[in-house]
Ligand binder design. Structure first.
Ligand code: FAD
Length: 542
């Protein structure tokens, strides 16, 4: 039986990380050159970890299924990245960032990990700025900040509505430097299909070359998964269509524990579902709620165009119910409130499954140019998708599946229950409890990659310096490869009439209906039966 040991260092919260770093084992530069690390994923977590581990001198092999590492899903992050710099002099501190995350996550996250995430956040911003990320600046040249949900300070660094893209370009340039220096070897268009365990330790992976179809073996002294979240289980979500949990799931099947699987974040402001043919939903960043006001008509079933509804007939329900946070309530609160309004008959649009996000007052006060400066690309995206000009009419928004707080269980060192297998970024469960606050994922991903895993993996690898290169011609690799091939053959031999996507879409609908924003015993039981039936149909007709 596995005993869970989170390995939290002794002592006060604020001293744990320094204490850990000053007492952890080290690997000397000559020994680092002899150690191989497999890293799956090139999002903000993976790219930052790969470049840092490469710079330390390890031999790093990095894998992603995209054609280039910089297309990892992190590229989609819009609104910003948090840090406790207190540039606004509004009372922020490492402790307050830690406290907001713990409270925002309904007290379900591990305090020691969250405190450390807050602690390294300031260094992360310095690192990304040094790598050339063009964060927005104030008139005096200092980096600018805005607010995100669930907090009362401004601590979110941003690059218009493209923060993820700019951060990943920074991390990618670091990764490319290491590739050129020969410490990192990049394998794109590869999908990890199996984890190899030798004598109880993670020692390699089996991948499929997505161009040639070839099945490949790769070995290492440790394996790090930075493979992102599983929000696409709902089919329609704000995630990139190809984001999936297959790598982490493989690890789970091999014995790695999963933490908080049911904690999935439903984001309150996605563009509502427009038709049956959609493959994804588009997020309208939470940053918009710095200036946009959320409202529904006061009258049930009011179908008048938004601009025809006079001020006194509008219900700014978030400002009414939560005056301390107003429109910037945490995401779970905002999503539940929108659903409640729509379920009660106050929703807008043809389906009634939407509420308004209105910039009229902000434009009147600050001018169109100021709003365009902050959110121009998001407004453009909204108009392209819906045909509605949000400078003139309110946006329509509705909650959608967005982020998975749950993931592979990890200890303080970000190691899973399989020795030598680490999980970083959204793929692990450790930092966000039951609800992630906005802009704290990019913060965690880059903190994990730049500052945490480079230390903690060394503590593990220090005991591996006598382990020679892991051979790939052993029975463990052979058996894993055989199992992968036979699974692919089994899938291809079904020869059914329905596409994989059609099954995914139906599965997503079952999960959204019975295990989505609200859940109860009866629904969950029904969902289980439906998933079971769908699985049987899949293996007969895919
Ligand atoms: C639309 C949107 C906007 C967001 N905006 C923000 C924001 O403003 N601020 C914020 O903090 N957070 C935001 N988030 C959340 C944040 O973007 C993600 O949580 C974060 O980018 C995840 O990064 P990651 O490195 O863990 O994983 P990802 O960026 O998802 O990368 C996963 C990597 O793993 C690889 N991979 C996965 N499985 C396999 C496999 N089987 N084989 C090989 N490779 C594999 C992929 O190829 C990819 O390289 C947003 C999320 C969405 C959906």
């Amino acid at each position: 039986m596995v005993t869970l040991n989170s390995k939290i260092p002794e002592g006060p919260l604020a001293e744990k990380w320094s204490k850990y770093k000053s007492s952890m084992k080290l690997v000397n530069p000559a020994n680092k050159k002899k150690l191989d690390i497999i890293l799956v994923g090139t999002g903000l977590a993976g790219a930052s970890a790969a470049s840092s581990l490469g710079e330390l001198g390890y031999n790093v092999k990095v894998f992603c299924f995209q054609d280039t590492p910089r297309r990892a899903h992190s590229v989609a992050a819009q609104g910003g990245i948090n840090a406790a710099k207190n540039y606004k002099n509004d009372g922020d501190s490492v402790y307050r960032l830690f406290y907001d995350m713990i409270k925002g996550g309904d007290y379900r996250a591990r305090e020691a990990n969250v405190y450390r995430a807050a602690e390294v956040s300031n260094a992360t911003i310095d690192q990304l700025t040094a790598q050339g990320v063009p964060f927005a600046r104030e008139y005096g040249g200092t980096l600018d900040n805005r607010s995100f949900g669930g907090v009362q300070v401004s601590r979110t660094f941003y690059a218009k509505g493209q923060t993820g893209q700019q951060c990943i370009l920074g991390a990618y340039s670091g990764l490319s430097r290491q590739v050129k220096n020969g410490t990192v070897k990049m394998f794109s268009r590869r999908e990890m299909l199996e984890l190899i365990i030798v004598d109880g330790k993670a020692r390699g992976i089996i991948t499929r070359n997505l161009i040639t179809g070839e099945i490949e073996r790769h070995s290492g002294h440790a394996v790090v998964l930075a493979t992102g979240g599983y929000g696409t289980i709902y089919y329609l979500s704000t995630l990139a269509v190809n984001s999936n949990a297959s790598a982490a799931w493989t690890a789970y099947k091999k014995g790695a524990f999963w933490g908080n699987p049911s904690f999935i974040q439903i984001h309150p402001s996605s563009i509502p579902v427009l038709n049956d043919y959609q493959a994804k939903l588009t997020l309208m960043s939470e940053s918009l709620r710095n200036d946009g006001r959320v409202w529904a008509p006061k009258k049930k079933g009011d179908k008048r165009p938004a601009n025809d509804i006079p001020e006194e007939e509008r219900d700014y329900y978030l400002e009414r119910r939560y005056p301390a946070y107003g429109n910037l309530v945490p995401r779970d609160v905002g999503s539940r409130a929108a659903k409640e309004r729509c379920d009660a008959g106050y929703g807008v649009g043809d389906t009634g499954l939407a509420v308004n996000l209105d910039f009229k007052d902000a434009i009147a006060k600050q001018g169109k140019e100021a709003i365009e400066e902050k959110y121009g690309n998001l407004f453009e995206m909204y108009e392209k998708i819906t045909g509605i000009n949000p400078y003139e009419e309110p946006m329509r928004i509705y909650p959608a599946g967005h982020y998975t707080m749950g993931g592979l269980w990890v200890d303080y060192e970000l190691m899973t229950t399989i020795p030598g297998l680490f999980a970083i970024g959204e793929s692990n469960f450790s930092d966000h409890g039951a609800n992630r606050l906005g802009a704290s994922s990019l913060m965690q991903c880059s903190g994990d990659g730049y500052f945490i895993i480079p230390n903690t993996i060394g503590n593990y690898l220090a005991d591996e310096i006598r382990t020679p290169k892991i051979p790939t011609d052993t029975h463990e690799f052979e058996e894993a490869e055989k199992a992968v091939k036979s699974k692919i053959e089994k899938l291809l031999s079904v020869n059914g009439r329905q596409t994989v996507t059609s099954f995914h879409k139906r599965l997503g609908k079952i999960l959204w209906d019975y295990s989505g924003m609200t859940r109860n015993e009866e629904g969950l039981k029904k969902g289980l039966v439906l998933v079971d039936e769908l699985e049987k149909e899949f293996w007969k007709d895919v």
